[in-house]
Design a protein around this ligand. Structure first.
Ligand SMILES: C[S@@+](CC[C@H](N)C(=O)[O-])C[C@H]1O[C@@H](n2cnc3c(N)ncnc32)[C@H](O)[C@@H]1O
Length: 261
């Protein structure tokens, strides 16, 4: 099955979705867990449009450093522009499994909604362990797509659409095995947390408004669901929105772990 190509158009759509109050709140909950301090050296893996790096750079300040990597050139370009006035940030086009940094370069590594796309998780976490200093910490946020609750009168169609959407990720259920993967990489799990997003109505400034369009486009293009069925699925959710019967929620899972000192 095809995966998403993070080109300029996808990057811009993602940026809009990640600036909704739902995802702004999610970022601030995540950063509260990371508890960055002034002067720390941090790395964000899979920066996307650079919103997390921007927030992190404000916290560590100019005595610190925030580096970012992303596999997509478009994402690196958007992040560089966003952080142009924060001279203690730097961005690199690189894969999560081959980080372009020396051993023990960072106090903190973060990654938000990236590892679910990565096939070689053992390799990716070996790299996290390598670039963290002894005593350093990693914080990872990922989604389990089985956590979605979306009101519908056609549960079978919802299942077909969401099963097809699972194909955009290498592992749509990564959180359930992330703790074991971290421990296997020599990282001691210290923190587990769930951050829910709840949309009791549908409007352009909520997370599910954007993800609804993204899912419809992806599943129709993948050929796993007919375009007419994807349209009918989206039409039903929008109609529930208009009649005041809408409900959506999803869980993000946060894991924190330490590299032994
Ligand atoms: C859903 S976005 C999340 C962006 C950002 N972390 C955030 O939360 O705002 C996923 C990002 O992961 C990047 N990505 C996917 N696979 C990757 C890999 N193997 N190595 C590095 N980046 C990757 C994509 O290019 C994309 O920018």
């Amino acid at each position: 099955m095809s995966q998403i190509e993070f080109d300029e158009n996808v990057a811009r759509a993602l940026e809009r979705m990640y600036m909704t109050p739902d995802v702004v709140g999610q970022r601030s909950d995540f950063l509260r867990a990371v508890a960055l301090r002034e002067g720390e050296r941090a790395l964000d893996v899979g920066v996307g449009p650079g919103l997390l790096v921007h927030d992190m750079a404000k916290i560590v300040g100019e005595k610190g450093r925030v580096a970012g990597v992303d596999a997509s050139d478009a994402m690196v370009g958007i992040s560089e522009k966003r952080c142009a006035d924060l001279g203690w940030t730097d961005f690199h086009q690189a894969d999560a499994t081959a980080l372009p940094f020396d051993d023990a370069s960072f106090d903190v590594v973060t990654s938000s909604q990236v590892y679910e796309y990565v096939a070689d998780m053992e390799g990716a976490l070996t790299e996290v362990h390598r670039v963290l200093r002894p005593g350093g910490r990693v914080f990872i946020l990922d989604t389990d797509w089985d956590s979605v609750v979306w009101r519908t009168r056609d549960r079978a169609r919802m299942r077909r659409v969401m099963d097809a959407w699972d194909g955009h990720l290498h592992d749509p259920h990564l959180p359930a095995r992330l703790g074991a993967l971290l421990e296997g990489a020599g990282l001691q799990v210290t923190h587990r947390e769930v951050i829910p997003i709840v949309n009791p109505s549908l409007h352009p400034h909520c997370y599910s408004f954007g993800i609804l369009a993204a899912i419809q486009g992806f599943v129709a293009a993948s050929g796993e669901v007919e375009a007419d069925e994807a349209q009918a699925w989206a039409d039903e959710l929008r109609a529930l929105g208009e009649s005041g019967e809408y409900f959506f929620s999803i869980n993000r899972y946060v894991f924190g772990a330490l590299r032994a000192g």
